[in-house]
Ligand binder design. Structure first.
Ligand code: ADP
Ligand code: MG
Length: 596
């Protein structure tokens, strides 16, 4: 069953961790500073009352001056405490936001690698950033504002009752009406507008990430492609949602002011006309006028306070959704680490009735897949795009965990193997291997940080990278990646293969690793492959069927199921899907040869 939900403020204070005390200190200071800031008004009130009581006797000028000094001292103390409080809440806010970022990043690190496919990294970052920024504002300003202004509001109201209950009553009524108006505005519609505003913000981040990723395509085709239009639309949508939401928020203070002015009008004008002067504190009409003036001043303060509370409350709501977004990051499925890890006995890879779903059992990317790759064997996965090949490969290093069934390495369920040990067993080469912004040396050495230069060099040689090293001025110390020397797709792939060779893992998983090879590179890549796969257990996903001809076993995956399996000879003879794919492949190759 669901646990009772913690309040947002409680969750936030959890994130504040050891800075909770600082937060509370800041809030207390801001409340006290608000109380002190009222002192001048009280003093003026006292003076006015005395003046009226003793007027026109000015002999008490001395007392007035004393009130003046008192008011000044309180006001200064109020300001000092206000800034001290602000400093505390700011410090606490920055540290809490830093905690949120750190915890978010730490948690995301624990998620299985597959999580990052379906959650655009830009979106994860955007969510963390927005959440941290919103909570920063909330803790630094909004919470202190709420505590301070509520203190101010309540004490002002009490004060007015003390001075003159009618004045207090008028103010209370106006406050109640404002609150009702405020909550009816904030409650339903405003919350909806805010949710829309935040959803639009998420969409914009996502569209932005996708657009930037697709820029090469935009440039090549010299036109506005879908992702650009989608991004533009997302920006426009966001800005209109933001306007709606902010516009709604801004209307509220005006209406509060109006209610208060009406309050003054509705209660004080009849009072003046019907209650008749003389029934009010101060004893005469002058007293009433004074009250009226004070009502005006106080109600202005109170209505400002209310408006501020409203703004702060809307900030709180923003932060509460921000917390929801942190949850989406923090709820990333965690890779479960076994309590009593077992060691794999060999490099055998087995799938036992494995099914897998990305979307909570609506569709199955893999259904009841079983096969074995004996140590040293090469098993090829082929089939139409979307058949589940990449999914199957990602279950071996636990980028995802199987929904049902068991994936075994060396006879042990992969979930029972220490993830680091498992990773050590597997070299994974992706279709578009990402190289970091670093030297070639560092890129290759990522596979084995304590490898010597000589070992890296021999891995590069085995991966047929000598021609690359020769043409680069600094050899393997040349910087590559986003700001470094440009390497072709095939060259990058060979360096990625060198990395896999250096890793020297008993199991090699290749996901369409030849797909980007150009004709000149193809032969070299094939040679690098031979080096990498020799004597190892290989799971190979191949687009070019020529690379799988020699495999010990070929599995044909279609819609998540193994529809055929066997050797190349067996499958071509069987005349099924593989035979058709093979015929098509040869036609395409033939066409390429004749057209060149
Ligand atoms: P293949 O590698 O054979 O082309 P995949 O394993 O990539 O096939 O995909 C199998 C199915 O799972 C497809 O329907 C695909 O849309 C879906 N799929 C793949 N990756 C994800 C993901 N990260 N989230 C949700 N669905 C996915
Ligand atoms: Mg794939």
């Amino acid at each position: 069953m669901k646990q009772k939900k913690k309040s947002d403020v409680a969750v936030l204070l959890d994130y504040a961790g050891s800075h909770k005390g600082l937060t509370f200190l800041g809030l207390a200071l801001s409340a006290v500073s608000m109380l002190l800031s009222m002192a001048p008004y009280i003093c003026i009130w006292l003076v006015a009352r005395d003046l009226i009581a003793v007027a026109p006797d000015w002999t008490r000028a001395q007392d007035i001056a004393q009130y003046g000094w008192l008011a000044f001292a309180f006001a200064v103390a109020g300001i000092v405490l206000y800034f001290a409080g602000l400093m505390c809440t700011h410090l606490a806010a920055f540290r809490t936001a830093a905690n949120i970022r750190k915890q978010g990043v730490a948690h995301v690190m624990k998620a299985p690698l597959g999580f990052f496919d379906s959650n655009a990294s830009g979106l994860i970052r955007g969510r963390l950033d927005a959440a941290a920024a919103d909570t920063e504002t909330l803790l630094a300003h909004n919470l202190a504002d709420i505590v301070g202004t509520i203190t101010l509001f309540v004490s002002m109201l009490v004060l007015m009752f003390v001075f003159d209950w009618r004045m207090g009553a008028a103010c209370l009524l106006a406050a109640v009406i404002s609150m009702i108006a405020m909550f009816s505005m904030m409650g339903g519609k405003n919350a909806k507008l805010m949710a829309e505003y935040q959803a639009a913000q998420d969409r914009m981040t996502k569209a932005g990430t996708e657009y930037v990723r697709g820029i090469p395509v935009v440039k090549i085709f010299q036109q506005t492609v879908y992702s650009f239009k989608a991004f533009q639309e997302a920006i426009e949508d966001y800005s209109s949602k933001a306007e709606h939401y902010q516009g709604d928020v801004c209307r509220v203070p005006q209406s509060i002011n109006l209610t208060f002015t009406e309050g003054a009008f509705v209660f004080l004008v009849p009072a003046a006309l019907f209650l008749a002067p003389g029934t009010l504190a101060g004893g005469d009409f002058a007293g009433f006028i004074t009250n009226f003036a004070f009502y005006a001043v106080f109600s202005a303060i109170i209505s400002t306070a209310l408006a501020k509370i409203m703004f702060a409350a809307s900030g709180m709501m923003l932060a509460s959704t921000a917390l929801g977004r942190i949850d989406q990051v923090m709820c990333a499925p965690e890779l479960k680490v076994p309590e009593h890890p077992q060691s794999p006995g060999s490099s055998r890879v087995e799938f036992e009735d494995v099914s897998f779903t990305y979307d909570g059992a609506q569709t199955f990317a893999l259904s009841h897949v079983s096969f074995t790759a004996e140590p040293g064997q090469t098993v090829a996965l082929v089939g139409p795009s979307g058949g589940g090949k990449t999914t199957a490969a990602s279950l071996i290093p636990r980028f995802w965990d199987a929904t049902s069934g068991v994936v075994k390495v060396g006879g042990v369920d992969v979930r029972q193997i220490d993830p680091h040990v498992l990773m050590d067993q597997i070299a994974f080469v992706f279709q578009n291997s990402r190289l970091f912004k670093a030297s070639i040396l560092e890129n290759v050495r990522a596979a084995r940080p304590n490898a010597t230069r000589e070992q890296v060099l021999s891995a590069l040689k085995a991966a047929q990278c000598e021609d690359i090293l020769e043409k680069l001025p600094q050899g393997m110390d040349t910087l590559i990646g986003s700001e470094g020397t440009y390497l072709s797709g095939g060259e990058q792939q060979r360096i990625a293969l060198a990395r896999a060779i250096l890793k020297d893992a008993p199991i090699v998983v290749l996901d369409e690793a030849t797909a980007f090879a150009d004709p000149e590179n193809e032969a070299l890549i094939q040679k690098a492959f031979t080096e990498l796969t020799r004597g190892r257990t290989v799971i190979m996903i191949a687009h070019r069927l020529s690379t799988v001809v020699g495999a010990d076993k070929i599995l044909v995956l279609e819609e998540g199921r193994i529809v055929e399996q066997g050797s190349h000879q067996e499958l071509t003879a069987a005349g099924g899907l593989y035979a058709r794919m093979w015929a098509d492949y040869n036609k395409a190759v033939q066409w390429k040869i004749t057209s060149e």
